[in-house]
Ligand binder design. Sequence first.
Ligand SMILES: Nc1ncnc2c1ncn2[C@@H]1O[C@H](COP(=O)(O)OP(=O)(O)O)[C@@H](O)[C@H]1O
Ligand SMILES: [Mg+2]
Length: 225
Amino acid sequence: MTRLVVEDLSKQFVTEAETLQVLAGVSFKLDAGENLAIVGASGSGKSTLLYILGTLDTPTSGTVLIDGINPFKLGARGLAEFRNQSIGFVFQDHHLLPQLSVLENVLLPAMAQGRPSADIAQRARHLIDEVGLSARIDHIPGRLSGGERQRVAVARALLHRPKLLLADEPTGNLDAATADHIADLLLELPRREGASLIVVTHSDTLSIRAARCLKLVNHQLAAVA
Ligand SMILES: Nc1ncnc2c1ncn2[C@@H]1O[C@H](COP(=O)(O)OP(=O)(O)O)[C@@H](O)[C@H]1O
Ligand SMILES: [Mg+2]
């Protein structure tokens, strides 16, 4: 089943001094449960592309369809709801809240709607178990290692069973062995639940193990030789 359709996507940043063309005519498709690695030089537009796919930024032109829905056609409220329910994001820097426990951090996406239901709390505990952190569930991020924090970030991104999990250099701050464990989780957990993964990475372990790898070069996605 086709999960994501990206057609002729372009993005320009217009500043007083110049118009910067970052993406021009980016097109690709992704199936449900499929994973894709995107590589490319620093400044080539990888984060820009990922932020647009995550609806955190808007394209200058072109279309994005996620399960047939164009999120940019939804109103502000609809878009916020769509993002919360359908998209999971993992950043290079985990973005956990320092004063909250592991469990509370994982539950954060559900907090916006008030007190989490018993089902959601159960889901959070299950994910914390899946990423191997049951013994740390009450710890605050300051008492975790970098790899453990990133595991929490992965669990949080999966809380609402997103259609699309987007990860922007998720192993960029980790040593090789720890990065390998995070790669295992990213390639395994979403696939099992039918979520599609797009990971921007400099790490060979991640890009080689992904089912597909594309390179962002000259504002477009190209096959990797
Ligand atoms: N909000 C913005 N305004 C202006 N230029 C931006 C903005 N965001 C990114 N850029 C520029 O777009 C280009 C691509 O950036 P980015 O997507 O972060 O690249 P990458 O993630 O591949 O390193 C860079 O030249 C960057 O400076
Ligand atoms: Mg980037």
